[in-house]
Design a protein around this ligand. Structure first.
Ligand SMILES: NC(=O)C1=CN([C@@H]2O[C@H](COP(=O)(O)OP(=O)(O)OC[C@H]3O[C@@H](n4cnc5c(N)ncnc54)[C@H](O)[C@@H]3O)[C@@H](O)[C@H]2O)C=CC1
Ligand SMILES: Cc1cc2nc3c(=O)[nH]c(=O)nc-3n(C[C@H](O)[C@H](O)[C@H](O)COP(=O)(O)O)c2cc1C
Length: 175
C-alpha cells in the first residue's frame, strides 16, 4: 500500500458504524453482574455484562470498564473488585448500578459482606468472585481489568439473569 493510500485508509470513518455494532451486540445474551469495590479510594459499583473468564491458572476473569464511569477512579485506586453475578430476582440492582443513582442508594438496596479484598460481596448472588486487579490494558473508551480470583462462592439452585435484546430474562437452574 502506498503512503497516500494508507493516509486515506486511516482517515476513513470506521467500516462499521457504532450503532450497527451495538445492535449486533444486543443479540449476544450475557450474564448480568454488579461489580463492586471498596478501600482507600471509596466504595463504588456498576453493572457490567462485559465480563469473561480468561484462564483457570491462575483463576482470572476480565471486566471491561468505561473510563468515564463514576466508579472508575475507585476501582482503579483500590485495585480490587468483586464480580457479583445477579440472580433472576435481582434485576432492580442492575438498574440501580447501571448509572446515575448515588452510590449510597445503590448499596442501600441490598445486603453485603466482605471476604479477602474488602470489596462488597452481594448476598444471594448466583456467584461472587472476590478479586485483586492483576493487570490493566486500555482499548478505545474502556479499560480491560484482569482480575485474579482470591475467593469465590456459587449457588447451584438460584435462577440466573441474562440480558438479551435489551431486556432482562430469567434463566432456570436445572436441579
Ligand atoms: N454502550 C456502550 O458503551 C457499549 C455497548 N456495548 C454492547 O452493545 C450492546 C447494546 O448497547 P446499547 O445500545 O448502548 O444499550 P443497551 O440497552 O444494551 O445497554 C444498557 C445501558 O448499558 C450501557 N452499556 C451496555 N454495555 C456496556 C458496555 N460494555 N460498556 C459501557 N456501557 C455499556 C449502555 O450504553 C446503556 O446505557 C450492549 O448490550 C453491549 O453488549 C459494547 C461496548 C460498549
Ligand atoms: C445491562 C447493562 C450492562 C452494562 N455493562 C457495562 C459494561 O460491561 N461495562 C461498563 O463499563 N459499563 C456497563 N454498563 C453501564 C454501567 O453500569 C454504567 O455506565 C455505570 O454504572 C456508570 O454510570 P455512572 O457513571 O452514572 O455511575 C452496563 C449497564 C447496563 C444497564
Amino acid at each position: 500500500m502506498q503512503l497516500a493510500e494508507l493516509d486515506l485508509a486511516t482517515n476513513m470513518t470506521p467500516p462499521v458504524p457504532k450503532q450497527d455494532y451495538r445492535d449486533a451486540m444486543a443479540r449476544l445474551a450475557a450474564a448480568v453482574n454488579v461489580i463492586t469495590t471498596d478501600g482507600p479510594c471509596g466504595r463504588a459499583g456498576f453493572t457490567a455484562t462485559a465480563v469473561c473468564s480468561v484462564t483457570d491458572d491462575p483463576p482470572t476473569l476480565l471486566v471491561c470498564l468505561n473510563r468515564s464511569a463514576s466508579a472508575h477512579p475507585a476501582v482503579i485506586g483500590n485495585g480490587n473488585l468483586c464480580i457479583n453475578t445477579l440472580a433472576s430476582d435481582q434485576q432492580v440492582l442492575s438498574n440501580l448500578f447501571g448509572g446515575k443513582t448515588p452510590m449510597v442508594e445503590r448499596f442501600g438496596a441490598a445486603s453485603w459482606s466482605t471476604w479477602v479484598t474488602g470489596a462488597p460481596v452481594l448476598d444471594d448472588a448466583v456467584a461472587s468472585f472476590d478479586c485483586r486487579i492483576s493487570q490493566i490494558s486500555s482499548v478505545g473508551t474502556h479499560d480491560i481489568l484482569y482480575c485474579e480470583v482470591l475467593a469465590l462462592r456459587h449457588s447451584a439452585s438460584v435462577d440466573g439473569l441474562v440480558y438479551f435484546d435489551r431486556h432482562y430474562h430469567g434463566v432456570s437452574a436445572v436441579l
